[in-house]
Design a protein around this ligand. Sequence first.
Ligand code: GDP
Ligand code: K
Ligand code: MG
Length: 294
Amino acid sequence: MAVHKAGYVNIIGNPNVGKSTLMNAFVGERLSIITSKAQTTRHRILGIVNGEDFQVLFSDTPGIIKPAYQLQESMMDFVKSAFEDADILLYLVELGEKELKDESFFNKITHAKIPVLLLINKIDKGNEELLDEAVNLWKSKVPNAEIFAISALQNFGVPEVFNRIIELLPESPPFYPKDQLTDKPERFFVNETIREKILMHYKKEIPYSVEIDTEEFFEDENIIRIRSIIMVERETQKGIIIGHKGTALKRVGVEARKDLEKFFGKQIHLELYVKVNKDWRSNEKQLRRFGYNS
Ligand code: GDP
Ligand code: K
Ligand code: MG
């Protein structure tokens, strides 16, 4: 009988380097939301790729930042946990980037006892010279890493990284059922899809002050009925989310519904409400309720 391989392959790096894009490219599904804004990813999200004799557990993490409030501290706890259970680390940098935003995390990478693949992403944006420069820089900074040049967006170099991961993966039985794609419940993807639309359409502090709570997810034969609350920190933010005659909120609802219909492959009925939940980002109890305990 052929040996079975399985393990955790954890993706870490600065904000906006393309971690979520890369995980989705590996998994072939839009599990992690992607926008051009930092702190789009708040949780650790598992994306599972199953084969006959392997199971790769990719985990996408929030970008590394210096936390300014409790929510961000919880986000960095997710990153810490990703170091703890990794069998292989994928350290993602983008072309032109020079350093990781946190030295202690960087030390963990250079002293890792497990294989580290350093992936230079977004090479579609540069040229040969920039790439050579980047390869030389990272070779000297992270001598324990194998270096790959990729474009997660164009899926360039991604299959080669995947093949190397399979080679390096430890022998192990699978951790999850072979038909499972992620560890997150359906409601999580509803929340994230709505949050992605808010990140896309609102400015400044608004997206960072928002959390989504899906109160109802009822699946019928032909339709899924969903009711979600958009939580904000202040009354003024509530007004901004709703917008003039409700048009802003309506746009969020329409776009989220379309994405969710694709994701679940079913007709969706989506109801959105806005509620003020004062200072939820700094409230330990509220954060636990929203799943920010790693
Ligand atoms: P994360 O914050 O590290 O998870 O990064 P995201 O996956 O959210 O991507 C941040 C931005 O970079 C988005 O606008 C992506 O479309 C873009 N991006 C990701 N990968 C690539 C790439 O290979 N090439 C280019 N040009 N853009 C990319
Ligand atoms: K991002
Ligand atoms: Mg992300």
